[in-house]
Design a protein around this ligand. Structure first.
Ligand code: NAD
Ligand code: UDP
Length: 319
């Protein structure tokens, strides 16, 4: 297939391009670098099966030649208001890429008769009352909170995707991605794993927001990309959770990062930094992915961190 990947210069987009190329597809990457980094694609320079278009997908998208699939991954993804790359500091851009960007990307898929896959998120469940979260749970999102620019844009994007499927017959997929980490995450986007690894490698205390009792379930990037590839090749049109159901408190995560890196500086609790819509618990119910895709994650948290840390070390040394 010839596949358009929006958000190609980002963390997940770049890994996705690698996997698609490894599977023998031709890839057209698209990005405006608002939170991404050209370095994430530098290794593909000169690859005759890869091309890149610098473009803001909230503007009309034109791609020369035939397209067989569109994978829409463009969107800021970090909720951290202390980072210039966090969506609280890019609120309009985040709403626009989720809404207008998704509309344009669906338009490309419709025009080319192409398959479409939307990168949605566990944030559609908001601060959930149902645990773990199955796809059938409708969520609990504050429509005007700091996170709403992301959550509501993604909910709109899911609705738009289903509308194109039902009304225009576009062959769509929706993946609800739970917290994923690995090499190439931006050092300074403020998400918890880059923050903790960076702080640990510098011998600083890890900044735990609130009391650290909130939970997340962390998926290693290779596992996630494998689930997404299987979904793309399936014919499932309704949302599918992809994530690792092993759940950790943020304090447990901090202790694991300090142990693996040999950091003795401990943690510091920053009560004021926890935003009030920060979900208290998050864990995917992956029964559906297991049943219809035969997928389950293989890399546990410690192993995934061990695979991630060398990349952070290298980039910190260059910074
Ligand atoms: P990222 O910030 O590394 O990548 C996003 C990419 O989209 C960046 O390269 C950015 O420059 C690009 N982009 C943003 N707006 C754009 C626009 N208007 N036009 C063109 N390009 C644009 O983040 P990521 O973690 O790789 O996330 C990728 C996708 O996966 C996002 O849609 C995100 O919502 C979703 N997601 C990620 C996670 C996770 O844990 N990493 C969890 C849930 C959902
Ligand atoms: N967090 C933290 N310290 C940090 C960054 C984040 O304790 O330096 C917490 C944050 O409050 C949240 C969790 O870690 O409860 C995960 O945050 P992240 O930004 O990675 O993404 P989220 O899962 O909230 O979208």
């Amino acid at each position: 297939m010839r596949i358009l990947v929006t958000g190609a210069a980002g963390f997940l987009g770049s890994h996705l391009c690698d996997r698609l190329l490894a599977e023998g597809h031709e890839v057209v990457g698209m990005d405006n670098f608002i939170t991404g980094d050209p370095q994430n694609l530098a290794h593909l320079a000169g690859n005759e099966h890869f091309s890149f278009i610098r473009h803001d997908v909230t503007q009309y998208i034109f791609v020369p030649g035939k397209i067989d699939a569109v994978l829409h991954f463009a969107s800021p993804a970090s909720p951290n208001r202390n980072s210039p790359y966090g969506y609280p500091n890019l609120p309009i851009q985040t709403l626009k890429v989720g809404a207008l960007g998704t509309h344009n990307a669906l338009g490309v898929a419709k025009a080319h008769g192409a398959r479409f896959l939307l990168a949605s998120t566990s944030e559609v469940y908001g601060d959930p009352e149902v645990h773990p979260q199955p796809e059938s749970y409708w969520g609990r999102v504050n429509p005007i909170g700091e996170r709403s620019v992301y959550d509501e844009a993604k909910r709109f994007a899911e609705a738009m995707t289903m509308a194109y499927h039902r009304y225009h017959g576009v062959d769509t997929r929706i993946v609800r991605i739970f917290n994923t980490y690995g090499p190439r995450m931006r050092l300074d986007d403020g998400r918890v794993i880059p923050n903790f690894i960076k702080q640990a490698l510098r011998g600083e205390p890890l900044t735990v927001y609130g009391d650290g009792s909130q939970t997340r379930s962390f998926c290693y990037v290779d596992d996630l990309i494998d689930g997404i590839y299987r979904l793309l090749m399936s014919d499932e049109h309704e949302p599918v959770n992809i994530g690792n159901p092993a759940e950790f408190t943020i304090l447990e995560l901090a202790e694991i990062v300090n142990k693996i890196t040999g950091n003795n500086a401990g943690v510091v609790f920053l009560k004021s930094e926890r935003d009030k819509d920060d979900p208290q618990r998050r864990c995917p119910d992956i029964t559906k992915a297991h049943t219809i895709l035969g997928w389950e994650p293989k890399v546990d948290l410690e192993e995934g961190l061990r695979r991630t840390i060398p990349d952070f070390k290298r980039r910190l040394a260059q910074a």
